[in-house]
Write a protein that binds this ligand. Structure first.
Ligand SMILES: [Zn+2]
Length: 217
């Protein structure tokens, strides 16, 4: 018996059952109608060369990401990782060596039981055939940036909120690191994490997120 009969595959964005012959992880209607970014939805920021995101943080993409993040739908990571991998292959011109992610504070990790950015990073790394490593730690709890207006204030909130793990330097010296998070808005968090990776000797940091939010705040 095919595994699909035991565990029928569903599209993470609309929960429709996927036909067995459907090769991807999402249904044809969502492939057509999701809020795809153009050209990888490139975001520029401080300390990273580029951030790419396959989807806009809106509609079904936003709803699916919220279920993944807050409702325990960890299995979406595989599909999301594929979408991000396609986006990275198409839009990142540099050779990448290592994948890592923006960490959660341990209190939030304990509450949620998993780190959404780590699941995305692991799925993306598997797709790209790269190692996924822990490089950063979140030192203090920060208010969600979604409620904070203005790029400078957002940068101030995340300034000093992260630190490097002891093994980071030997893992990334002279390497190009792909740093993963779920959503990018102004790039304040990714910038702060990238700054640390560069101080640890990384050659370059490129970022990838599943969604790109509007930064008109
Ligand atoms: Zn669908």
């Amino acid at each position: 018996m095919s595994l699909d009969l035991l565990y029928p595959r569903k599209c993470p964005f609309c929960a429709r059952l996927l036909p067995e012959e459907e090769p991807g992880d999402i249904c044809p209607a969502c492939r057509r109608d999701l809020p795809w970014t153009r050209g990888g939805g490139k975001t520029k920021g401080s300390f990273f060369s580029l951030c790419v995101s396959p989807l806009t943080y809106a509609g079904k993409a936003r709803e699916a990401l919220l279920r993944f993040k807050f409702r325990g739908r960890r299995a979406y990571a595989r599909c999301f990782g594929r979408l991000m991998a396609d986006c990275v292959r198409e839009n990142v011109p540099w050779e990448l060596h290592t994948v890592s992610y923006v960490p959660l504070h341990w209190l939030r990790f304990r509450k949620r039981g998993y780190s959404q950015s780590r699941l995305l990073a692991e799925a993306l790394a598997a797709q790209l055939g790269l190692p996924c490593v822990r490089l950063l730690r979140k030192r203090r709890h920060t208010r969600p940036l979604s409620g904070i207006r203005g790029e400078e204030r957002r940068r101030a909130v995340v300034s000093g909120a992260f630190s490097l793990r002891r093994s980071a330097e030997e893992q990334i010296r002279n390497k190009c690191v792909l740093l993963v998070d779920d959503v990018v808005t102004t790039g304040a968090t990714l910038g702060e994490c990238s700054r640390l990776l560069l101080t640890a000797g990384a050659d370059r940091v490129v970022c990838a997120t599943l969604c790109k939010a509007s930064n008109r705040k």
